[in-house]
Design a protein around this ligand. Structure first.
Ligand SMILES: Cc1cc2nc3c(=O)[nH]c(=O)nc-3n(C[C@H](O)[C@H](O)[C@H](O)COP(=O)(O)O)c2cc1C
Length: 213
């Protein structure tokens, strides 16, 4: 419990420190783009995707946040060093039956102490809509599993609709989902798209107002 309290305090301290640094950078007419401004806050938006909806959502969030962060694919980063390379993180993943991206889980488990105080927001992209009680409960379950290695949930959370393009699925995923739709959901297995650029941009703007700039 003490550890949890400390993590929260560390985060608030870091966020307020970073906010004032960013405001100072802006007031001098400087960009806070990490590659340009050496001493400015470095924020990464780290996402895990299989079929691209999470990548698109990450890009919309970044746009809403003012494009002053690095957008990184979890499959291309070094899990040993990434936590030390940035001051703040927004993390997001698609959901595929057994949960979020395996490398995201690996990172949160292996580098909990380094990364947890830096996570300012997190999101998932999934097929569950959250319109009814059962959907909300399922989404809570995805969040629980996503953040299982952490002491606390990140301070800002969101879920977004994803998409299903059957012709793009791997053979394994298509067979699995075909079976799931036919035998469990008892629904027609067809393409759908519930991605929501506006909602994602708005989430990015909210994060930015309170933490990045
Ligand atoms: C193999 C597979 C399993 C999925 N399982 C779930 C699930 O358990 N719950 C859910 O809400 N959505 C599920 N979905 C929907 C995905 O979350 C949705 O397609 C999302 O867009 C995936 O992110 P991505 O496009 O970035 O890969 C599944 C999709 C696939 C392809």
């Amino acid at each position: 419990m003490k550890e949890k309290t400390r993590s929260r305090r560390d985060f608030l301290h870091l966020a307020s420190k970073m906010t004032s640094v960013s405001i100072a950078a802006f007031s001098f007419g400087c960009s806070i783009k990490p590659s340009i401004e050496k001493n400015s806050t470095k924020t990464a938006l780290l996402y895990g995707t299989r079929y691209g909806a999470t990548k698109d959502t990450a890009q919309w969030i970044a746009k809403g946040a003012g494009d002053n962060l690095d957008i990184l694919d979890i499959e291309t980063v070094d899990l040993n060093t990434i936590a030390d390379r940035y001051d703040m993180f927004i993390i997001g993943s698609g959901v595929w039956i057994d949960g979020v991206h395996i490398r995201m889980k690996e990172l949160l488990s292996a580098k909990t102490n380094q990364i947890e105080p830096k996570i300012i927001a997190a999101f998932i992209v999934c097929g569950t809509t959250g319109k009814d009680k059962a959907g909300k409960k399922r989404i809570e379950g995805y969040f629980d599993r996503f953040f299982q290695p952490l002491n606390n949930r990140p301070p800002r959370l969101a879920y977004f609709g994803g998409r299903m393009n059957i012709s793009k699925l791997s053979e394994k995923d298509r067979k699995l989902l075909e079976n799931f739709y036919r035998n469990i959901l008892k629904r027609e297995f067809k393409d759908w798209d519930r991605t929501d650029p506006k909602a994602a941009k708005s989430f990015g703007a909210k994060i930015s107002q309170t933490a990045i700039s």
